[in-house]
Ligand binder design. Structure first.
Ligand SMILES: Cc1ncc(COP(=O)(O)O)c(C=O)c1O
Length: 376
């Protein structure tokens, strides 16, 4: 938690649940990432946290933007981004949204299928397009599965076809899965994309860009590799596979830029046991899976907690949200422990919750409003 966030919480005592996010930390993270990968152009993955103060600060730092929808394209433009700085990076787009983004000046689009390419050729003629390929997601705590990307053989045919359709077959992309904890995942993906890149060049396709996607991890409960280590591994693999003729390099960080800038403060609603002699207490908070903590599904992302009783005796807990839905249980198997003194009314903090929380919150499930947001 940054000192600014701690001060805000102490001075303001905001209503819970809420997210407090320090935009100066976002700027610091942007600089750290730029220093670790100086040859890469940064496209912030807006989906991680689309709040205007975050986008505006990043516009000021010269960031580019990866938008998942026309609405995100509009948010970036409203925040002052130039259309040339926006990539419409979702491989699944309604054709009218492609047309709307094109009308606003966006000229860079992702695809991974023939039908999407045909939509782009019709509604974003002449645009730069890049094909997403499937790569391994081992080591990712929030993997992106097989939903996006295609096999390299298909990508090759599609890139050739993109040129035939009057589009600019600009590049290739991949995503190694979010919260990727292994540098080897980037190295393997780069090796795969480089082979395809060379094949395309040999086939006369004017491919110029490699988009390494997101995945750059942050510290939740466990240590993760430092960004300088990841940057060195990535550049080592790029040089190994591309030699002196490096392509343009794009990265799409989401989590890394915003997660540790934000803290969720919540209130303990109830502490109970299922039997008098049960060692495990159930701690129910006023935020849960439907309040924005969607990445606790499968206990994938393990947030660290702060409580007013830290440093005193603790014991095993199951942690759950406030709704009448049994999937609204955050951690049951991950060996969480919280102070035995914890009681209803205590305020607790969930650290590094600036990414993938606010925009996941449901509108009114069980009547609960989405969490308040404070950008400071
Ligand atoms: C296309 C694309 N780029 C970038 C990101 C950001 O990933 P991360 O937050 O892991 O950096 C995502 C996340 O889902 C994505 O789908």
């Amino acid at each position: 938690m940054t000192p600014k966030v701690a001060r805000f919480l102490a001075d303001t005592q905001p209503a819970t649940p809420c997210l407090v996010l320090d935009v100066d930390r976002v700027a610091e993270n942007f600089r750290r990432l730029r220093d670790a990968l100086p040859l890469a152009r940064i496209y912030y993955a807006v989906k991680a946290n689309p709040a205007a103060p975050v986008l505006e600060r990043l516009v000021g730092l010269g960031s580019h933007f990866d938008a998942a929808s026309f609405q995100e394209v509009s948010m970036c433009l409203d925040a002052g981004a130039e259309p040339e700085a926006i990539s419409y990076g979702n491989t699944i787009k309604r054709e009218r949204d492609i047309a709307a983004a094109y009308a606003r000046g966006v000229r860079m689009f992702a695809f991974d299928s023939e039908m999407e390419l045909e939509k782009l050729a019709r509604s974003a003629p002449g645009s730069r397009v890049y094909c997403r390929i499937l790569v391994g997601n081992d080591g990712a705590e929030w993997p992106l599965s097989r939903k996006f990307g295609c096999e390299v053989e298909m990508a090759k045919d599609l890139m050739v076809k993109a040129g035939e359709l009057g589009l600019d077959p600009f590049g290739l992309s991949f995503h190694v899965g979010s919260q990727q904890t292994r540098t080897a995942a980037y190295e393997a993906a780069i090796a795969k994309v480089a082979m395809l890149f060379t094949d395309l060049v040999d086939a006369g396709v004017k491919v110029r860009m490699v988009n390494l996607g997101g995945g750059y991890p942050v510290r939740y409960k466990s240590e993760v590799p430092e960004i300088v280590e990841i940057g060195a591994a990535i550049m080592g693999a790029m040089v190994e596979h591309f030699g002196n003729s490096l392509p343009e390099i794009v990265i799409e960080p989401g989590r890394f830029l915003v997660a540790d800038a934000g803290v969720v403060q919540a209130e303990v609603v109830l502490v109970s046991r299922k039997a008098a002699n049960d060692p495990v207490r159930w701690v129910y908070l006023d935020i849960g899976r439907f309040g924005g903590l969607a990445e606790t599904e499968g206990e994938a992302i393990k947030y660290a907690f702060r409580t007013p009783h830290d440093g005193t005796a603790d014991g095993p807990v199951t942690i759950a949200g406030p709704t009448c839905d049994s999937t609204d249980t955050l951690y049951e198997k991950s060996n969480y422990r919280l102070p035995t003194a914890l009681t209803a009314g205590d305020r607790v903090e969930l650290l590094a919750t600036g990414a993938y929380v606010t925009s996941y919150a449901s509108q009114k499930f069980n009547g609960f409003s989405p969490l308040e947001e404070h950008y400071i």
